[in-house]
Design a protein around this ligand. Structure first.
Ligand SMILES: [Zn+2]
Length: 224
């Protein structure tokens, strides 16, 4: 494991030499997210509570996000998710870690929101798992990969209302018994209505785990 990490770091440095990072915003060499472009990002100091008003026994859930889903932060999510720029997980997790500390969060594990196995196969990775691994290293709390699985593929949430989104993902997740008694942070890349996070948190609590809060890199404004 140690050797694997060392090789990973070494490989990262070699790749940086071959494909040096460029800022997603302005194209400056050296970093993916440069301080100038980040100074234009809309960072969020307060969490959002989701889960109220949904049918069934939905939990109210506190969601901490680094910033609004716009500008360079949205571009980072897009590049990590759809363009295969996995190296972004590290700087994004460093920002999540600073939100984690500002929020004073403490937990015994970080659970990434899973993709359905068919989507994970076609993408080759789960962006939330990459973020969870990198965040775990930053805050010293283990990532519980596979703690929650997606038992039902769900159509994309885009264009659905908050209520439709919850109906879409309700019962889509199943949590492992190993989560019992753990205090967990559920992690995803984006929060829109929070329906996915709430459905995931419900699965965790059904398995006997306690969801302390959820975290996402960005928070999107809900469609009207
Ligand atoms: Zn820049």
């Amino acid at each position: 494991m140690q050797a694997g990490r060392a090789i990973g770091r070494w490989l990262g440095r070699v790749l940086d030499l071959v494909f040096p990072p460029r800022c997603l915003g302005c194209g400056a060499w050296g970093v993916y997210l440069c301080p100038d472009c980040l100074s234009d990002a809309h960072f969020l100091a307060t969490p959002k509570t989701v889960g109220w008003g949904f049918r069934g026994e939905a939990l109210p859930l506190t969601v901490w996000s680094v910033g609004l889903h716009q500008g360079i932060l949205r571009e980072a999510v897009h590049q990590l998710k759809y363009e295969g720029l996995r190296a972004l997980a590290q700087p994004m997790a460093a920002m999540l870690a600073s939100t984690w500390r500002q929020a004073g969060l403490s937990a015994s594990g970080i659970v990434p929101v899973p993709l359905h196995s068919s989507r994970q196969r076609s993408r080759g990775y789960n962006q939330s798992t990459l973020l969870a691994r990198a965040l775990a290293a930053e805050v010293g709390v283990p990532a519980v990969e596979g703690g929650v699985i997606r038992v039902r593929a769900t159509p994309p949430q885009v264009g659905l209302s908050a209520r439709e989104r919850l109906a879409n993902v309700e019962g889509a997740f199943q949590a492992a018994n190993c989560l019992q008694g753990m205090r967990l942070i559920v992690l995803d890349d984006v929060c829109t209505s929070g329906a996915t996070l709430v459905a995931c948190a419900q699965a965790v609590s059904q398995a006997g785990g306690e969801v302390v809060a959820a975290m996402t890199f960005t928070r999107a404004e809900e469609p009207g």
